[in-house]
Ligand binder design. Sequence first.
Ligand code: NG6
Ligand code: CA
Length: 512
Amino acid sequence: MSSNLKRSALLLSLFLVFVSCDKKEEAAQPNIIIVYMDDLGYGDVSYNGAQKLQTPNMDAMALAGMRFNKGYATSATCTPSRYGLLTGVYPWREKRAKILPGTAPLIIGTDQMTIPKMLKQKGYHTAIIGKWHLGLGAGNVNWNELVSPGPNQVGFDYSYILAATQDRVPTVYIENGMVVGLDPNDPIEVDYSKNFEGEPTGLENPELLTMKWHHGHNNSIVNGIPRIGFMKGGAAAKWSDIDMADHFLKGVKQYIRKQKNAPFFLYYPMQQPHVPRTPHPRFEGISELGPRGDAIVEADWCLGELKKTLEEEGILENTLIIFTSDNGPVLNDGYYDDADIKNGDHTPWGSFRGGKYSLFEAGTRVPFFTYWKGKIQAGVSDAMVCQLDLLSSLAELVGSDVRSEDGLPLMNLLMGKSKIGRDELIIEASTRTAFKKGDWVMIPPYKGPAKNQRVNIELGNDSGFQLYHLAEDIGQQKNLSVTHPEKLQELLTAFEVIRGQEYGKTERLELK
Ligand code: NG6
Ligand code: CA
């Protein structure tokens, strides 16, 4: 080999070493944990101004990480938000993405891209421990056999879930498709249309109830709590409501300890403070806001325990945590649990109008922060970001080319390295949609009541267009649609480019 050739070979190999180091540097493989709250409002955390309610663990992580003032769920209810979060696809594109009964089939296609699937492709071990609510099986599920397809078929290596909601049957945990602790001699049957003969219900047997129903929630009784839907059998497998948070947390801790040596993705959707609010007795009375506040304090404690576990295992510095909530807050969501009576001057909705189920701001603007010790500097951002963006953003982080249909790759924003977020976003509430662009929000006309009286929340329905300038009117009190026709037209045109023109025809009120 001539000396020239030798030199070239040396340079080439140096270049290759350089390139491969560079690649390694680019494609980080931290552990990733998404902590997803259920019905936690923007104003329910003390770092966003709550005073009566203290959330020290959420505060500590939010203040040490990147806080997003304009962090959004895609939807003002659970199932569609979870769909948007995991797939990066707007939930209104999937007609079945609405609050699902416990018997609904899986609504994420097994061929669809999801956050865990993308991360699996990059070598991650993936798990969900907590609330699912995206349907299970393909219709007519037999709960006594393997329940499939479910989380394990859309990207999760391990799943330990509650199927739908805490107020819906079946009230059992399901691990990798199998009901936990099921006695084969006491098979489970579930039906949402009719009761099983001889089984007590909330409606007919008020004497058996330890928690009273306010609206809905008067079917099968489990642990003295009347639920939505009818269930028979499975006595040994039924969960204990007051232990639910501890139970999921125990699973989370075990999972982290087991997986700590290789990159993992953990989706930890807690059930608090969704109804029925059943904080463990050791949290009772702490918040002075009744069980809803106590359940939030309990969730805050769980988050603290999660962080402590990562610290103990020496992996806190190698773990990105994303914390947010599936939709805005509601006080009375169907049980007499004093949430409204004891609320006092606490504002779960912050300064925003509306709440859960609402197209107004409080329906979808939720607590949202990222935390990564040593990697994310403390900061606060006014850029708009949506849970829809997490799939593409995490793909960016781990060096994957995957991009979701509707999400944006905003990893630099999430890391606090950029101030640029999204300019436009379609938000959704019970299949009605509205459009945000910059500081403006436009709500098309929708039939239906202005307010849901039972939950005491304004839904955003009006016979005419609504247009609000949030920069000057955070509480959405001044409808500018008549005085700003050009702005209205601008938003409507941009909205229809994404949404099409079908939005006016799908309005309906999902609440029963
Ligand atoms: C509603 C329930 C409500 C809650 C909600 C789902 C009634 C009257 N109301 O239909 O209590 O379960 O569904 O909440 O049944 S979510 O956060 O999972 O979307
Ligand atoms: Ca929810």
